[in-house]
Design a protein around this ligand. Structure first.
Ligand SMILES: Cc1ncc(COP(=O)(O)O)c(C=O)c1O
Length: 367
């Protein structure tokens, strides 16, 4: 890499927090990120508190939860009041879909090949006699333009729903461009951010509904996620669930307690990331991607992912993606079989040697 956000010494130290990297070329963060050494200790700390102090420790849990919410809001450029803590991306998107109100004839626009948690959640809108418009994406480079053109072509478009980074192709969308276009036409923008948060800088100023959990690029384990809603989106919502946490506020989506142990893990991992610095983390993901694109080109390996619109996911087409994944696994390299090939997803803890080993093995396999 020409310039590097992490010195070799920094990288070496950092990799020691991820013991699995000593045994395996782990290029599968798009499936699940490795948790760092301090994550489990933070979760265990919570359960030790419950053991020794029970509910008497509640003020500390509350303070920690508020702190995490404030840090997430700052990371996403929104306010803490815009956040609802949920269990995962799918729950967050469903909570929004079941809370939004649509009118007969309203159109919801999305790509035809969207992730199931984005595509399959709109039964409440269909019951309101809204219509789903599924947009074919003939080529990855034109994904964003195809979606914008579809909005312009639909007279009753009310919402655009997208994956910020597509899980099977790696294509990354420009949320600012989409959001500005949507706002100029009175269309809400809803985003699944699962394959982007932690890998790329994410500014939700122009987004109305957003959900992500934290077990991939945020390295924070399972069981906690966030739903973000804009004031414009909330004006069109009736919370689908009711409980003690929203009994006094008819517009509040948070209906019960959040996953407190998972929040402790997230809090510790936010410390870890902030210690490195988010700009360096994002730059490192970009640099590893630059390296992968250059190295794939040198080896004559094609990419489904457009180099000009990508985050941390790269898909190399193969005749049999699962056979390629298995063959790489036998060489101690972890990737996923996805879409038209194998999905390679380097995070900041990977080295250029990890990427080289994977691409060299793929070139030899001829699958
Ligand atoms: C784009 C996308 N959205 C959502 C999910 C699922 O997220 P969750 O388990 O948090 O619902 C995944 C992968 O697991 C994904 O790739």
């Amino acid at each position: 890499m020409a310039s590097s956000s992490l010195s070799p010494t920094d990288l070496c130290t950092l990799r020691q927090s991820f013991p699995h990297l000593a045994q395996r070329v782990y290029l599968d963060t798009a499936a699940a990120g490795l948790t760092w050494a301090g994550h489990g200790a933070a979760v265990a700390f919570f359960y030790d508190q419950v053991k020794s102090r029970g509910y008497d420790a509640r003020p500390e849990w509350f303070a920690m939860t508020q702190r995490v919410r404030a840090r997430l809001a700052a990371l996403l450029r929104v306010t803490p009041a815009d956040l609802t803590m949920v269990s995962n991306t799918t729950e967050g998107l469903n909570l929004a879909a079941h809370s939004l109100r649509f009118r007969a004839g309203d159109q919801l626009v999305m790509a035809a090949d969207e992730f199931p948690s984005v595509a399959n959640i709109w039964a409440p809108a269909l019951r309101d006699h809204a219509e789903l418009v599924r947009v074919p994406v003939p080529q990855e480079r034109g994904r964003e333009d195809a979606l914008l053109a579809a909005i312009d072509a639909q007279p009753r478009a009310r919402m655009l729903v997208v994956s910020q980074v597509h899980s099977s192709t790696g294509t990354a969308l420009d949320l600012d461009r989409l959001g500005r276009h949507c706002r100029s036409r009175g269309v809400l923008l809803a985003v699944d951010g699962m394959q982007a948060l932690g890998a790329v800088d994410t500014d939700l100023s122009a987004v109305d509904v957003y959900a992500s959990s934290f077990f991939k690029w945020m390295l924070s384990g399972f069981g906690v996620g966030v739903l973000v809603t804009s004031a414009a989106a909330r004006a069109r919502m009736e919370p689908a669930y009711r409980g003690y946490a929203n009994q006094d506020d008819p517009k509040q989506l948070q209906y019960a307690h959040v996953n407190i142990p998972a929040m402790y893990g997230l809090d510790a991992t936010l410390d870890f990331f902030e210690g490195i610095g988010w700009p360096r983390v994002h730059q490192r993901v970009r640099e590893l991607g630059d390296h992968l694109v250059a190295e794939a080109g040198r080896r004559g390996l094609p990419l489904v992912t457009p180099p000009s619109a990508r985050a941390g996911i790269f898909v190399v087409p193969c005749r049999d993606g699962e056979a390629a994944r298995l063959a790489l696994s036998q060489r101690d390299i972890s990737v996923s079989a996805r879409g038209q090939g194998v999905r390679i997803s380097p995070h900041f803890y990977n080295s250029t040697e990890d990427v080289d080993r994977c691409l060299a093995a793929l070139s030899e396999l001829d699958l």
